[in-house]
Design a protein around this ligand. Structure first.
Ligand code: ZN
Length: 259
């Protein structure tokens, strides 16, 4: 059903939307650079210019998203080291974000959906790899949400600003309570800043739903991991950022689900 609908949408997409689909794998490639370099404080360049293993400079054909990886059969063509699934994975994830945005919206709205979706994708991936939600990404995302409200929906700017403050303060309070009761960290400060960003994008009414869906998908993931035989104890932890990111994007795309 969704597949046919998507094919229909792709068949009659306009220029702006085609450009979105064409840009998506290149954006994914750039997100890959951010995800690998930002947590280590390395400089962000537009492209990964050298092989991580042999240091050989990569040429345009090596850097073409997905196709370069497929053409080289997933190996560096200079040292033959396996390149792994990271780059094609994040490039395809960026394409999936664009396709989902085109299912829901068209034109400039789809670009805004993708901007948020790609940003959240990078944050979620960094949190999974490095247990970090860098301020360099979360704080500008708060500002971007408020800027989007100011430009596209000025009547909502006050609500979105309140939601950003509420998001930050509520998770900070929960984290402090958890620390006082359990004497260890349960939530990172980055989670509170990400929820502030969520508030700046979805507003006060949808904000509690972001927390609800994030918690629900976190519990469902923990359940699936247990079923798959992964041993989880009370002290085991999952990064919360990916669930917050997913819930934020779903609420942004679908609007309030319970209202
Ligand atoms: Zn190499």
């Amino acid at each position: 059903m969704y597949g046919l609908e998507l094919l229909d949408r792709v068949a009659d997409t306009s220029g702006a939307e085609w450009s979105l689909l064409i840009a998506a794998p290149f954006v994914g490639s750039f997100l890959g650079v951010i995800v690998r370099r930002l947590p280590d404080g390395q400089p962000i360049a537009w492209a990964r210019s050298r092989c991580d293993w042999c240091g050989e400079p990569l040429r345009a054909r090596d850097l073409t998203p997905v196709i370069g990886w497929l053409a080289a059969k997933g190996r560096c063509r200079y040292c033959n080291h396996a390149l792994g699934w990271f780059y094609p994975g994040i490039e395809l994830a960026a394409v999936a974000v664009a396709l989902t945005a085109l299912l829901v919206d068209s034109g400039p709205s789809a670009w805004l959906d993708c901007l948020l979706g790609w940003w959240l994708l990078a944050l979620a991936w960094i949190d999974i790899r490095s247990w970090l939600l860098p301020d360099l990404l979360t704080l500008p995302l708060v500002l971007a949400g408020l800027a989007a409200a100011a430009v596209f929906d000025p009547g909502q700017l006050t609500d979105r600003s309140c939601a950003a403050a509420l998001g930050y303060l509520s998770l900070t309070a929960i984290a402090a309570l958890y620390r006082a009761l359990r004497h260890r960290e349960g939530l990172g400060r980055g989670d509170a800043k990400l929820l502030a960003a969520a508030g700046a994008w979805v507003g006060t009414t949808a904000l509690p739903q972001v927390v609800f869906f994030a918690a629900l998908s976190g519990l469902a993931t923990a359940g699936c991991l247990r079923l798959a035989g992964v041993r989880l104890r009370a002290q085991s932890a999952l990064p919360f950022g990916p669930f917050l990111a997913l819930a934020t994007w779903v609420l942004w795309l679908c609007g309030n689900i319970f209202v």
